[in-house]
Design a protein around this ligand. Structure first.
Ligand SMILES: Nc1ncnc2c1ncn2[C@@H]1O[C@H](COP(=O)(O)OP(=O)(O)O)[C@@H](O)[C@H]1O
Ligand SMILES: [Mg+2]
Length: 763
């Protein structure tokens, strides 16, 4: 997205982890296609290099797309209904109202000039075609670069067939020393050296290398899989095993393997070279979606040792995602497919059941740990397992809907607390529909979904679910469900502007909670009742309730609900005529909500900061923040929940800012605010706003390897928190690295690092 400084960002594009070889003319041609067509699809067999090429082209095009170049990765999405979800998440639109995702996406893209890379469409081709058609229609500034084994069959589509890397012609003698003019050989050599540093191309082995690459058809993934084996096998053996083994099975006329079978043959070959234990792990690990950690592998896949996992990493079957101290592993998609095909159907069911049970148990532990000082860690971990949680929810829905209901309800803190209202709603709706019979799990899913729907401003749907839960709880004497549903009905009334009913329900809920264990919801009952008191003008009572809620949080190291208490204290300060105090509270709340990625919490804090700015007489700041909030609201739900009481200070703020600035100036500033990304808006609100007026792009400073890593992640557009997650170091450590990086560059903001990286890429 273009910030106020119209800096261009490349968001969500992964940094190259291995060198990029050849493809000069592909890059030029695809770039040309992208500038003339609105949908370009890179097609070709698995492993041919579609994704790498797309990313290469995209990275070079960021200048042409002021609103950025974004990657949506569909590899792990199984459910066609989640395509639009995934795309909007990738664009940073993390949540939505009850409205269809597609509508939200279309609206978001309407006025933006942006390149969307839609990677791995093949298994969802129809859903992708529908989505792209609708989006291209709605958003004239949108260009899509897709990768897929086959075309999407959309009328505007232009396709580019990605061929394997070029090779010496087997029919023609190759002039000596010419080998490295061929990208396939360059790739082989580079990957061979990475596995076996002493490997070199010599006049003696050149012909053998050429022969291996020819057998592999120049297919990059096959080359990588085979070259890595030089760690253990000398080149001659490698060739003879290649020709003897599975190639023999797949070879067609003239001793050649049909191209679409090359990769399969290379994979089969790689599989045969694994020990039986490694083969079993390879097959079993196919049950994971996205990445997994060792503990998950041990729980789900028959307890492999760390050495066994490391063996598959050495063979480039598992990709290790470089997180020192907390490694995760991932199977390449094509290898996963192969592994899955090696499982007996019964084994696959058993595995998926164990996978589901593992993630259900993990979610249950996370729910328990949520109300504790480990809360942020829980949020980060749950996010890392998002793809696996989806897979578990999917599997449960197909086979044992009761488990799906339980899992969807258990994750309430994730849906409601970490910016995932829309997705939470999807799973909860689905699970409730599949489990119509009353019971404790349905009771829980009802109050959770009622909670999520209320936050989206979908009040009547929420009300019906909460009433059903309350009736059930009363009938069966389920004290927990009774307390939660009463509390959430109170919230529903608060947002629906019936303050009398809301107060009574909150009071009742707090009484019921008194007999139960403390948790974040107990805090929220105090805090939400405090909001009711604010709207009723009883500021002292509001402050006292907040302090009570806050004290519970402090005693337990709870941060997330705690931040809402601080938010309400900001409201109280504002109404007491203390805008500076309000700003301080608002910022503290915002800082915490940012660490949880809690979009609702963030936009509420941005609003209160806008109101405080107007009250303090800084109208421009107020207008900018209102614009920023305005842009975020549709991703959360109805602006200010559609509530009259929440809306009143908002309207008051706008009136003040308009009066101070004049309509034209107000609207121009408001629009500037609308152009901010969430991250930039938050940075601005916290006074960390980027200042790009004096870029110094001259020298390239000496960075330590860690600083280099941090600088690259900054350039990708990651926040400190995201960098901390990615590198598994504390946010404080990241902050100090960032400081060093900025200092060494002589920069004052991270946006300058982005600009610098951009320039490096172009040069
Ligand atoms: N031009 C290239 N230079 C270096 N490595 C490449 C190149 N093209 C592909 N690869 C590598 O080959 C593997 C398969 O490429 P990928 O782009 O994922 O293929 P696809 O998307 O067509 O399945 C990846 O490990 C990738 O890094
Ligand atoms: Mg791909």
């Amino acid at each position: 997205m273009g910030g106020p400084d119209s800096l261009i960002r490349i968001r969500g594009l992964p940094a190259d982890t291995t060198s990029f070889v050849g493809r000069k003319s592909d890059v030029t041609e695809v770039r040309r296609l992208v500038s003339s067509a609105r949908l370009v699809t890179l097609t070709g067999v698995a492993g041919v290099g579609k994704t790498r090429l797309a990313l290469r082209v995209a990275a070079g095009l960021s200048r042409s797309f002021p609103d950025g170049v974004w990657l949506a990765e569909l590899e792990h999405v199984r459910d066609a209904a989640l395509v639009a979800h995934t795309v909007s998440e990738s664009l940073g639109i993390r949540d939505e109202t009850g409205r269809a995702r597609l509508t939200v996406l279309a609206e978001y893209l309407r006025d933006r000039k942006l390149l969307l890379v839609l990677d791995n469409c093949e298994h969802l081709a129809d859903a992708c075609a529908r989505l792209v058609t609708a989006l291209l229609d709605a958003a004239p500034g949108l260009t899509v670069l897709a990768t897929s084994r086959e075309r999407l069959r959309v009328p505007e589509e232009r396709d580019w067939q990605v061929a394997p890397l070029s090779l010496p012609d087997p029919e023609q003698p190759m002039p000596p020393g010419a080998a490295l003019q061929y990208p396939a050989l360059t790739l082989f050599l580079e990957r061979a050296r990475a596995a076996e540093p002493n490997f070199a191309l010599t006049p003696e082995n050149e012909a053998t290398v050429v022969r291996v690459c020819q057998l592999l058809d120049g297919l990059p993934l096959a080359i990588e899989l085979v070259a890595v084996r030089l760690r253990a096998l000398p080149l001659d053996h490698l060739l003879s095993r290649l020709t003897e083994d599975c190639w023999a099975l797949a070879v067609g006329p003239r001793g050649r393997v049909p191209r679409h079978q090359t990769l399969e043959a290379a994979i089969a070959w790689s599989f045969q070279l694994c020990s039986p234990e490694e083969q079993a792990l390879w097959a079993r690990a196919s049950v994971f979606a996205g990445s997994f950690d060792l503990a998950a592998a041990q729980a789900v896949c028959d307890g492999p040792t760390a050495e066994l996992v490391a063996g598959l990493v050495d063979k480039s079957v598992l990709i290790r995602e470089g997180l020192p101290g907390r490694p995760r592993f991932r199977l390449l998609n094509t290898l996963r497919q192969y592994g899955r095909d090696r499982l007996a159907p019964d084994d696959e069911d058993d595995l998926r059941r164990q996978h589901r049970d593992h993630y259900l148990a993990l979610a249950e532990r996370a729910e328990e740990r949520w109300f504790s000082a480990e809360q942020l860690e829980v949020a980060v971990q749950t996010r890392l397992e998002h793809a696996n949680l989806r897979a578990a929810l999917d599997f449960a829905h197909e086979t044992e809907p009761g488990a799906g209901l339980r899992l969807a309800g258990t994750l309430w803190f994730y849906w409601a607390g970490c910016g995932l209202l829309g997705e939470g709603r999807h799973w909860l709706d689905q699970a409730l529909a599949a489990n119509p019979d009353p019971g404790p799990d349905r009771g829980k899913a009802l109050w959770v979904n009622g909670y999520v729907a209320t936050l989206q401003g979908d009040l009547s749907a929420a009300h019906a679910m909460l009433e059903e839960c309350r009736d059930y709880a009363k009938e069966t004497g389920d004290e927990l469900a009774l307390a939660y549903s009463t509390h959430r009905l109170g919230c529903n009334q608060l947002v629906g502007d019936d303050l009398t009913k809301a107060t009574a329900l909150f009071e009742e809920a707090r009484n019921r909670y008194a007999g139960l264990a403390l948790d974040s919801n107990v805090m929220l009952a105090h805090i939400e009742e405090a909001i009711t008191a604010v709207f009723l003008g009883d500021l002292d009572r509001a402050a006292a309730l907040c302090e009570e809620g806050r004290a519970i949080g402090e005693a337990h190291g709870e941060q997330w609900a705690y931040a809402y208490a601080i938010y309400v204290l900001a409201l109280v300060a504002l109404l007491r005529g203390e805008p500076r105090q309000a700003t301080a509270h608002g910022r503290q709340a915002l800082r915490i909500k940012r660490t949880f990625n809690d979009l609702l919490g963030m936009v509420l804090a941005l609003e209160v900061l806008a109101w405080s700015a107007a009250a303090a007489g800084t109208a421009e700041r107020a207008a900018l923040l209102l614009g920023a909030a305005n842009q975020i609201w549709p991703s959360v739900g109805y602006p200010m929940f559609g509530s009259r009481y929440f809306g009143a200070p908002h309207r008051d703020c706008e009136r003040k800012a308009r009066r101070a600035l004049g309509d034209r100036e107000f609207e121009a500033t408001f629009r500037r605010g609308m152009g901010l990304t969430v991250e930039d808006a938050v940075a601005y609100a916290l006074g960390e706003s980027p200042n790009t007026s004096e870029l110094d792009l001259s020298g390239v400073p000496q960075l330590t390897p860690r600083e280099q890593q941090v600088a690259e992640l900054i350039a990708e557009g990651l926040s400190n928190r995201e960098i901390a997650t990615r590198l598994v170091i504390s946010q404080r450590t990241v902050e100090s690295h960032v400081e060093h990086v900025l200092h060494k560059f002589g920069f004052t903001s991270r946006a300058q690092v982005v600009a610098w990286a951009e320039r490096m890429q172009r040069d």
